[in-house]
Design a protein. Structure first.
Length: 434
């Protein structure tokens, strides 16, 4: 079921993982660029026209009123609402702990300097529509922005059959405190958030997943606005010892395989018997899944098992792959956490399935994929702030440091930089001589 790979050949492992990343074709980029141009030229009308063209639905109202949001949210199932409230509370608590503070440093002679941590003014959240609805993603994107202090959070999602949005999405938005919601999706939503329309004011950053056209549009508007990331297909890597339950391992691998035929499920272990037992469990559990065909395709093409000689080697393999989700299904997982260098999010112990993090535990599920965990991080509060430094020099300290400043400026052949210091020192000396 899981094709075995050789742990010694780490280069082939990383190349294989990157090979599953969807490449956005030139045709998709051109289509996204055309959509962006149409939105920039005709604004709101383009959003309505493109909804008919691509979603085959009429937009009843572009911007939802608070009354409409409340009415849609009230239609959500009570048990779902209760679960979502618990998730909201856990996500909020985790992200509140992420906040960083401004600081100031003082030196002699009236010198002080520091850094201000400032929230972005406006952020746009894209929420996919279509066959799949992900209200959990609304919480994961909106709550860190709220905690950061962003005043204006815009949400865009494609129209539902009734021309509005799904109740579950409206409920998640309401719980997260999002009040500005527009019924539009696709690349046109990204264009509207980046450049604005008659109804929609532009934002400073766009976050949230989407299809290839949405990803292409995000790349094209980057620079005009900031973006979070271009996420690839989902992936999970489970490191398991002899004490891990094969049925649990198989269930966790399938939890990612059911996302997408391009999703990747990997098992790394020191025990051949674990691989054999997990393969049998995968065959058994696949038959029970509504998305059996998707999960089976994912396992066939991108499911892998890797047998290692030691637990240390297992961690080396995981660090080389830098998976989106890493499960340490081992005894005393905290003993091994310090050896994890690269992973989007780590799940510790036999009982901590990855789906806890997807929905309820509190950590963010917007994570780097395709090995990018080597240099990027999960979405969090820091994604919604900017840092601005400040510096104050007294005349006395400038007098003391001017020669060094001018020397460095002249070494770079920037005489005006040197002059800016020299003119002040000369003026202060003249005042002192009067």
């Amino acid at each position: 079921m899981l094709r075995e790979l050789n742990a010694a050949d780490l280069e082939s492992l990383t190349a294989w993982l990157k090979s599953r990343t969807q490449t956005i074709s030139g045709d998709i980029y051109k289509a996204a660029a055309d959509i962006i141009d149409q939105v920039r030229q005709t604004g709101d009308q383009a959003l309505r026209d493109l909804a008919l063209k691509f979603d085959h639905r009429s937009i009843r109202t572009l911007k939802l009123t608070q009354e409409q949001i409340d009415e849609l949210a009230s239609q959500a199932d009570p048990a779902f609402v209760q679960a979502l409230q618990g998730a909201r509370d856990n996500i909020l608590a985790f992200h509140q702990a992420q906040k960083t503070n401004s600081f100031i440093l003082t030196r002699d002679n009236g010198v002080y300097l520091g850094q201000r941590v400032l929230p972005l003014d406006a952020v746009g959240i894209y929420v996919p529509g279509g066959r799949a609805q992900y209200p959990s993603s609304v919480l994961m994107n909106a709550i860190p922005a709220k905690v950061a202090g962003v005043k204006r959070i815009v949400m865009m999602t494609p129209p539902a059959e009734n021309g509005l949005i799904e109740p579950a999405i409206a409920c998640a938005a309401k719980l997260a405190g999002v009040t500005e919601i527009y019924v539009t999706g696709g690349a046109q939503a990204i264009a509207a958030m980046a450049y604005g329309t008659e109804t929609i004011a532009p934002v400073d950053k766009i976050v949230g997943p989407g299809n290839a056209f949405v990803a292409a549009a995000k790349k094209l508007v980057f620079g005009t606005v900031d973006i979070d990331m271009i996420a690839g297909p989902s992936e999970i890597l489970v490191i398991a010892d002899a004490g891990a339950d094969p049925a649990w391992i198989a269930a966790d691998l399938l939890s990612q395989a059911e996302h997408d035929p391009l999703a990747s499920a990997m098992l790394v272990t020191t025990e051949q018997t674990v691989i054999d037992q997990v393969n049998r469990e995968l065959v058994r559990q696949l038959e029970t899944l509504p998305k059996k065909d998707i999960a089976a395709a994912s396992l066939a093409d991108y499911g892998r098992s890797i047998l290692c000689s030691s637990m240390e080697k297992c961690l080396q393999v995981a660090n080389r792959i830098a998976p989106e989700h890493l499960e340490l299904m081992v005894e005393n997982p905290m003993n091994w956490l310090g050896q994890v260098r690269h992973a989007g999010s780590v799940f510790l112990g036999y009982s901590t399935c990855e789906s806890i993090g997807d929905y309820y535990g509190g950590t963010n599920h917007v994570l780097p994929t395709s090995g990018t965990a080597k240099f990027s991080s999960a979405l969090g509060v820091d994604a919604f702030v900017k840092r601005s430094s400040f510096l104050h020099y007294s005349p006395e300290q400038l007098e003391q440091d001017a020669e060094a400043i001018m020397t460095l400026a002249q070494a770079e052949h920037l005489q005006a930089h040197a002059n800016a210091a020299a003119i002040r020192v000369a003026a202060d000396r003249q005042k002192g001589g009067q």
